[in-house]
Design a protein around this ligand. Sequence first.
Ligand code: C5P
Length: 431
Amino acid sequence: MRVVLGVAGGIAAYKACSLLRLLAEAGHDVTVVPTAAALRFVGAPTWAALSGKPVSTDVWSDVHEVPHVRLGQEADLVVVAPATADLLARAATGQADDLLTNVLLTARCPVVMAPAMHTEMWDHPATQANVATLSERGVHVVPPASGRLTGKDTGPGRLPDPEELYAVCERELARSASASASVAPAGAAAPATPSADAARGGGDLTGRRVVVSAGGTREPLDPVRFLGNRSSGKQGHALAVAAAARGALVTLVTSAPTDVPGIDIVPVETALQMREAVLEAAARSDVVVMAAAVADFRPATYAPSKIKKTHDVQADGGEDDSAPTITLVRNPDILAELVATRGGASSPVIVGFAAETGDAEGSVLEHARAKLERKGCDVLVVNEVGEDRTFGADDNTVTILRRVSDEGIEVGPASKAAVSDAVWDVVAPLL
Ligand code: C5P
């Protein structure tokens, strides 16, 4: 396949060398189009040697071959990594002042952009508006990873690892190959229909910012012990992957972190850490899905060294070998806080999860409907729990309840991926 690798002028340009290698080793025909600023970080000879092709930054080289039009027209994929704040701004406003921006205007294939910059630049409303514009036009923006930046500072802004970007590129190439007749050009907005076709990656969440929480929190007692629960995080991870496949920019706040290409993973352990990460990401999101099993209680105190089996020497010189009493305090209810603090038209759609059993007081659904009202979220995904239902399974059976309708949607038994798509089918029209 023909791939154009655009490289903008950021320190992460060196990582694009590895991405180029991965693409070339996979047999793709890669043309590198750096910006003039990118060449200050990695020189033209490096790109030429790794790609086996000459490189140029402006539209005045090899004019007889009309590269500013041909490269974009003939490409099967354009990937820009790193995409700097400046490049995003120029692309969003349709400027054509160098070869890369010309390629972006002439490309009718999938376009992937991987922004990398300092956190302040990424968070700036101007950059966020440019990202939103590009996403709405169908550009697949891979959110920057969190971590160490150029200096000693840390935060969101890192270019994801080349292997992750390579996986996103392969996914886009495979998607465009299988649907080449119907792929929306990168310059046009993707369709916003929640149809079954869209559910399989047609992009009905394109440009939407989604936060998913996953896994069971661990509430530490001392450096080696914690209170936890059996949640595996699989359903939350499947929701994140399904949202990314439908075009969303996904932040996954999880206590069970695994590498998922193209998804910003925020690893957390405790309910308090999860609260901080979710609220921070929710402030700039269109949807928050609380799939995590957040511990309702945590130990009131944390012992900085391991609590010994025997403790406290008694007045008579003997050791107290009774079991210690653990006092618990309540954790904040993150879902309730999200509901309580939202306001205005730009509030995110909020999805909760509930594990319920039926009892003498009412059926699973009656309890769940009451919980939806009590919690005030827009959608509640109800899991019936019982002895024969195991945590960590690959399948799930749920009922999806919406505030806007009395009808519940039953899903399963089905894979957690299929359950995820059913959830997004319900959420997408609410956006
Ligand atoms: O009330 P219950 O714990 O059944 O509600 C479950 C829902 O509330 C889930 O979406 C879970 O992620 C969320 N939750 C929360 N903070 C807590 C407890 C639960 O956000 N402390």
